[in-house]
Design a protein around this ligand. Structure first.
Ligand code: PMP
Ligand code: GLN
Length: 382
């Protein structure tokens, strides 16, 4: 037996989403852990996919994505954010936001470069930075609002800072950036010659009349940003693993060099069906109110429980404080909850570089009414 080469990611195990979903299945628990809807997408997506596969759309798509899907993304960007992007040179379709994030990081990061990420951070960011030789510089969001800590961000920034990676609406916390953050970000970019990677996969899920401050709305930011989104969240098709990156042409050219050797192209029939779906703006425009009703239903069902809910302004996640119920670590509490009460959730500490444990767990409310009712009934008994 020859020796294994040293691990590229020592200390990194299987993701919490896989761990908790497997435990939920084993325990026959209601799975409010990994973020995915338990209901079907609009039948127009299913029909579009059937139509595409039956009409011969089964071979490779163009490397950068189906032209009419890129055109649809450009039109959506114009309509939502008044930003004109060139679908030929500035939009690339990827196999999920995960691939887009990896390629964007690979496009920008060189060995020794520092990338600022805000904890609790989505779990793919730090490994992607490390695999590209970069150094993740983890800074905690301000607890308990999970707002951006601008002073700490400035203190952590220096001439090695290649990029800041932002995520709004934010997974796992449901916090969103505001107009003041945009001004702070503009000030920051004037001080440091660094790039912005903006993970906006929940861009269309924002509540209480708040506006999503896409980086694409602000020309001075968009000119130095790679903005990433995912059709999985927008059309209730997380398993379709299709997303995109919008970036200035020079960056997109480099991004595509990586994309072409990573996946080459994303599945053709899925892109066809998504291009059809984008033609009807009501699906995107109805998403916030659809999920706001689910959030409200879940909060209402949980109001007499011993869990304390935190504020959720976007995404389909609800954080809850369980400190009145248990002293267990959040990881152990989630396992206990799954095994003993048959409801699975995600511990938030796993998204912190220092494993900070504030006794807070994340529930996904992208679920049918009955699922939420049954889960809340179990949780309220604790
Ligand atoms: N970023 C965030 C914040 C996410 O929550 C997710 C997945 N849910 C992704 C990226 C990855 O998206 P995709 O499934 O399209 O790869
Ligand atoms: N983004 C989803 C979540 O936060 C999970 C995606 C995955 O399993 N990789 O739950």
């Amino acid at each position: 037996m020859i020796n294994l080469p040293p691990s590229r990611l020592p200390g990194i195990g299987t993701t919490i989403f896989t761990v908790m979903s497997a435990l939920a299945a084993e325990q026959k628990a209601i799975n409010l852990s990994q973020g995915f809807p338990d209901f079907d997408p609009d039948s127009r997506l299913i029909n579009g996919l059937v139509r595409a596969t039956q009409s011969g759309k089964n071979q490779y798509a163009p490397m950068s994505g189906l032209p009419r899907l890129r055109q649809g993304v450009a039109e959506l960007t114009q309509r939502k954010y008044q930003r004109t992007v060139n679908p030929e040179t500035e939009v690339t379709i990827t196999s999920g936001a995960t691939e887009a994030l990896f390629n964007a990081i690979a496009t920008l990061v060189r060995p020794g470069d520092e990338v600022i990420i805000l904890d609790p951070a989505y779990d793919s960011y730090a490994p992607a930075i490390l695999l590209n030789g970069g150094i993740p510089v983890s800074i905690p969001l301000k607890f308990p609002e999970y707002s951006l800590p601008w002073e700490a961000i400035h203190q952590a920034s220096n001439s090695n800072t290649r990029a800041i990676l932002l995520n709004s609406p934010h997974n796992p916390t449901g916090s969103v950036i505001g107009a003041d953050d945009i001004q702070n970000l503009i000030d920051w970019t004037q001080k440091y010659p660094a790039w912005i990677i903006s993970d906006e996969v929940y861009e269309h899920i924002i509540f209480d009349q708040l506006q999503h401050h896409s980086i694409l709305k602000y020309p001075e930011l968009a000119d130095r940003a790679m903005v990433i989104s995912s059709f999985g969240k927008t059309f209730h098709v997380t398993g379709w693993k299709t997303g995109y990156c919008i970036a200035p042409a020079e960056l997109t050219a480099e991004f595509r060099k990586i994309h072409q050797f990573n996946t080459f192209c994303s599945p053709t029939p899925l892109q066809e069906a998504l291009a059809d779906a984008l033609e009807d703006s009501s699906m995107v425009d109805g998403l916030s109110s659809f999920y706001q009703a689910k959030r409200n239903q879940f909060l209402n069902l949980m109001k007499d429980s011993r869990f304390k809910s935190l504020k959720t302004s976007g995404t389909y996640f609800q954080l809850m404080d369980y400190s009145e119920i248990s002293d267990l670590s959040d990881v152990d509490f989630c396992k206990w909850l799954t095994v003993e009460h048959k409801v699975a959730a995600i511990p938030v500490s796993v998204f912190y570089a220092n494993q900070e444990d504030n006794k807070i767990i994340r529930f996904c409310f992208a679920k049918k009414e009955d699922t939420l009712r049954e889960a809340a009934e179990r949780l309220c008994k604790i």
